[in-house]
Design a binder for this molecule. Structure first.
Ligand code: ZN
Length: 199
């Protein structure tokens, strides 16, 4: 398994215009997985990035969107052969799957190295992808974490919108304990500093 961050997410306010796009991660398997697919205007960007990795859209087996916001689901339609996991919603074409039940805390196991777990807070149906890589545990969290700086500045994740700050704090802490690295929703991947680990 190889984990490639295709695009670092960002969010910034400049000249009174707020711009944001998500982090997008490719897991080269098998199974091939893409996590968060930018906005609906980013087809070309994604196709080019996949081409550079010698991966074809039709060879992606799973699309996982950490939640249903427009900057995380935009290019899902490129991946017609994949099962789509969008937050707690799991589907392929018009078929919807009721298992596993994320609401009940169940996990979606994609392989022995890849699983999807419920981490609500930013929205009530956020999920995080846990990747057991050679270099350690990588958590692709979507907007559970906005960017590295929000570890010290809670305004950053709270101002990005939080449907339950209480749940988000709980799940942020859970991920900080599990993960060696975090790919946040709107910033580059970072290593979890030791001081955030409960001893
Ligand atoms: Zn976002």
């Amino acid at each position: 398994m190889e984990v490639k961050v295709l695009f670092d997410g960002y969010s910034e306010l400049k000249d009174n215009i707020y711009r944001a796009n998500c982090s997008c991660v490719l897991v080269k398997g098998p199974p091939n997985v893409i996590i968060d697919t930018l906005t609906a205007w980013d087809d070309e960007k994604i196709l080019k990035a996949l081409q550079a990795e010698s991966v074809d859209c039709k060879d992606i087996e799973y699309v996982v969107c950490t939640h249903g916001h427009s900057d995380h689901i935009g290019c899902n339609h490129l991946f017609k052969n994949a099962k789509h996991i969008v937050g707690f919603s799991i589907s392929h074409k018009d078929q919807y799957f009721t298992e596993p039940c994320f609401q009940a805390g169940e996990e979606y196991v994609i392989s022995d190295k890849i699983k999807v777990i419920a981490t609500p807070g930013h929205t009530m149906q956020d999920v995080t992808v846990i990747l057991n890589s050679q270099n350690g545990i990588i958590a692709v969290t979507g907007d559970l974490f906005e960017k590295f700086e929000d570890l010290e500045n809670e305004y950053l994740w709270k101002s990005a919108g939080s449907d339950s700050e209480e749940l988000q704090i709980k799940n942020r802490n859970k991920i900080l304990q599990i993960a060696d690295f975090i790919v946040p929703g709107h910033g580059p991947m970072f290593k979890v500093p030791q001081r955030y680990k409960n001893s």
